[in-house]
Ligand binder design. Structure first.
Ligand code: G6P
Length: 366
């Protein structure tokens, strides 16, 4: 099908803007009209699953790392997450009761497909979260869980990532339902948070559309650190990946609590530190790490909601104000400023946003 930029300067801009509808379309696959709760193919009943193994590459791997927090917290299910190129040669044992989940936009990534074939040979049940339903990974899976992101052209994945997160969030809610790990009230609240995701992402796009000025400052840096705690840690990794992919600025994501185990040695006024800190139960911990950065002359860009900024923006270098979002699925909303920051930084530097040097959209060779 013919795809154009729809008035946007780059496909990446168009694809970021499409997220509310792409996520809405994706969610409609799992929250069916008239049905109670999340609907999945009957092959997946989490009451018989004792462990989940998730495998992917790149941005899809960070979607898996995020989902680990959700499956563990909501459904009390142990989750192992691995990079496909490591998993395939490590040949890990797969205990009975395992469910393997492969996540891939293209469904053609060579290492992910090889990892899937290894798991298939062990007789383990395989579900895949893919954006291309006729792909190799989809064809070789027992259950296909589609994302409805539509065609993604930009090499740096945006809408495919938030749609992957959405499917995995729905899966975690279904797992919590099957395993009865949440009270009826908590389950209803979590389902409401899931239903709210497209609207919340839309709000995040509106509220953070104006960060070109902050990005122009980031564009002057040679190194940038991203920090987050809990499910914001994988987002810190994804924020760093997005920035390095399209702006060529060296960036690293770290768990906030690891700061003093290394990265704090890098802190100086030339290294901006981006902190993802929604107002949640870990907020004060993240803020205390942020203050350690500021006490050493570091420049902090704080990404938080009105309440968080009110409590902690004293002395920060810059801030991005986010809407208030239900904490459980906050990583999906906070992906938006992570993407926009990378995008506007790349635009400020004049790099090829959609076709960054040396990168391929789909890595079909090892
Ligand atoms: C490449 C792309 C990334 C993507 C990764 C995995 O590196 O540039 O954006 O996250 O492959 O691709 P997949 O199609 O398996 O999600």
């Amino acid at each position: 099908s013919y795809v154009d930029k729809g008035g946007h300067k780059y496909f990446m801009a168009k694809e970021m803007a499409e997220q509310p509808s792409a996520i809405g379309d994706t969610l409609a696959e799992y929250l069916r009209e008239g049905a109670q709760g999340v609907v999945l193919p009957s092959e997946i009943d989490f009451s018989t699953v004792t462990r989940i193994t998730m495998v992917a590459c790149g941005t899809a791997y960070f979607a898996c790392l995020t989902a680990k927090y959700w499956f563990e917290q909501l459904a009390r299910l142990p989750v192992e997450v691995d990079i496909a190129s490591e998993f395939r040669y490590r040949e890990p044992p797969m205990p009975d009761g395992s469910l393997a989940i492969f996540v891939s936009q293209s469904g053609e990534t060579a290492d992910t497909l090889a990892a899937l074939r290894y798991v298939a040979a062990q007789g383990v049940r395989i579900a895949s979260v893919v954006n291309v339903p006729e792909s190799s990974i989809a064809r070789e899976s027992d259950v296909v869980l589609p994302t409805r992101a539509g065609v993604e052209i930009g090499v740096a994945s945006t809408k495919a990532f938030t749609c992957q997160l959405t499917v995995l969030a729905a899966l975690a809610v279904k797992a919590a339902t099957d395993r009865a790990t949440l009270s009826p009230e908590a389950l209803a609240e979590t389902l409401a948070a899931l239903r709210a995701v497209p609207g919340v992402v839309n709000q995040a796009l509106l509220v953070t559309s104006d960060i070109a000025g902050v990005a122009a400052e980031i564009a002057k840096a040679q190194d940038v650190l991203f920090l987050g705690r809990g499910a914001m840690f994988p987002l810190a990794l994804e924020g760093a990946l997005k920035l390095k992919e399209i702006s060529y600025i060296h960036a690293e994501g770290y768990a906030s609590g690891e700061l003093k185990h290394g990265p704090i040695a890098l802190i100086d006024p030339n290294v901006p530190v981006v902190v993802f800190a929604p107002m949640d139960r870990l907020f004060d911990k993240t803020v205390s790490n942020m203050q350690e950065v500021m006490a050493r002359g570091g420049k902090v860009l704080l990404v938080s909601d009105a309440e968080g900024l009110e409590r902690a923006s004293d002395g920060v270098w810059k801030w991005i104000k986010m809407p208030k979002v239900p904490p459980v699925f906050a990583p999906i909303a906070y992906a938006v400023p992570a993407q926009l920051l990378a995008y506007h930084t790349a635009v400020a530097k004049g790099t090829d946003v959609d076709q960054p040097r040396n990168l391929a959209k789909s890595v079909t060779v090892e």
